[in-house]
Design a protein around this ligand. Structure first.
Ligand code: X2X
Length: 354
């Protein structure tokens, strides 16, 4: 009898082991399979696609989320703000309303709805990259996240479009007078109209989709965008031969999620999405600054090689532009909130050099 009992016990043990294995397998399957209410696809809005640092940030985020959730959260990119027919200043509203699930969006495009985001477009507030980081990675960044949360979206991380440099088809710009009468395409809030009007230019608001044909046809003379955008859009081929590095404003990006979508995810998945946004944001900022932080600025050299005349302003020349736009700064300081701007100025004054 003994051998049989032994066999029985072995069989029982084997059955238990198989059961445990099956249970583990089931748990794993459950882990991988999304809860029934998850969407098959989440829609991520972007102005610029993966040929640009901006779109690369979205791609990195989507890939990290897909990997780390084993496909439970599947994010698809919609560049060209195609979910809102290319009208980038409507992106924030669409995000709140759920037309868009996630976005990597620019502070400029959301500033018509969230006035505090105009902060980064205060002319000549930000002298260098360390100043941008002092804001986004410090108490001001936290404040802005609170504001965004109150406005109905879930902010997760910062990225960067970049310092916006001015280009045109007419002449080199060294002094505010050089901008006189020039038709400059701008986007965003009325702050941009105020800045260019103060400089004697003729600003006109239009989306990025409309800007490129307008430059090509000569309907406008110039535009302002980060060098990586100039490069990837080949703006030299639409007559933009004069480029001035004046760094008058910078344009951070925000990685955000629609509130209801966020609430629909499990806490573990929310942690994954948040950490993936932080990791993607960090990588994306590195990509956005590539070619500009090295001492010989290879990106500038490359543009010169393409036949673009690049004018680097000396500090005194830059100061002339800052002086001419100071009344705009002061006016918008109170619109944005004197407290917030004061805290930003303090963070910048105390920044650590990089
Ligand atoms: O429209 C622009 O200039 C762009 C692409 O930089 C933004 O979306 C802010």
């Amino acid at each position: 009898m003994a051998p049989i009992r032994f066999k029985l016990r072995t069989l029982l043990a084997a059955a238990c082991a198989a059961g445990a294995l099956a249970a583990a397998g089931l748990a794993q399957a459950q882990n991988a399979a999304p809860p029934a209410h998850y969407k098959a696809e989440y829609r991520l809005s972007l102005v610029l696609g993966t040929a640009y640092p901006w779109g690369k940030g979205g791609e990195i985020w989507a890939n990290l989320v897909r990997e780390r959730t084993q496909g439970r959260i599947n994010i698809k990119l919609y560049p060209g703000v195609s979910l809102i027919q290319g009208d980038q200043t409507r992106e924030f509203t669409a995000l709140r309303q759920g037309v868009i699930d996630l976005a990597v969006g620019s502070t400029i495009n959301w500033s018509p709805q969230v006035k505090q985001l105009n902060l980064f477009a205060l002319p000549f507030l930000l002298p260098d990259f360390a100043a941008i980081d002092a804001l986004t990675q410090g108490p001001v960044g936290k404040d802005l996240f609170n504001t965004l949360e109150k406005s109905g979206v879930v902010p997760l991380a910062w990225g960067e479009n970049g310092y916006r440099e001015i280009s045109n088809s007419k002449k080199d710009i060294r002094r505010p007078e050089d901008l006189k009468g020039m038709k400059i395409r701008v986007v965003g809030s009325p702050l941009f109209l105020d800045i260019f009007t103060a400089l004697g230019a003729n600003p006109t608001q239009m989306s990025w989709a409309d800007a490129q044909p307008a430059l090509a046809s000569g309907a406008v003379d110039g535009q302002e965008n980060p060098l990586a955008v100039f490069m990837a859009s080949k703006l030299q081929t639409v007559g933009q031969k004069h480029l001035t590095l004046w760094g008058y404003i910078a344009d951070p990006l925000l990685f955000v999620v629609n509130k209801d979508v966020w609430a629909s995810w499990t806490p573990a998945d929310r942690d994954i999405v948040r950490q993936a946004a932080i990791d993607a944001g960090r990588q994306q900022v590195g990509i956005a600054r590539k070619g500009l932080v090295e001492t010989d600025k290879p990106l500038v050299k490359e543009l010169t090689g393409l036949g673009v005349t690049v004018t680097q302003l000396q500090p005194a020349e830059r100061e002339a532009f800052a002086k001419a736009t100071r009344p705009v700064y002061d006016k918008w300081k109170s619109t944005i909130g004197a407290d917030l701007v004061g805290r930003a100025e303090k963070s910048i004054a105390e920044r650590k050099p990089q």
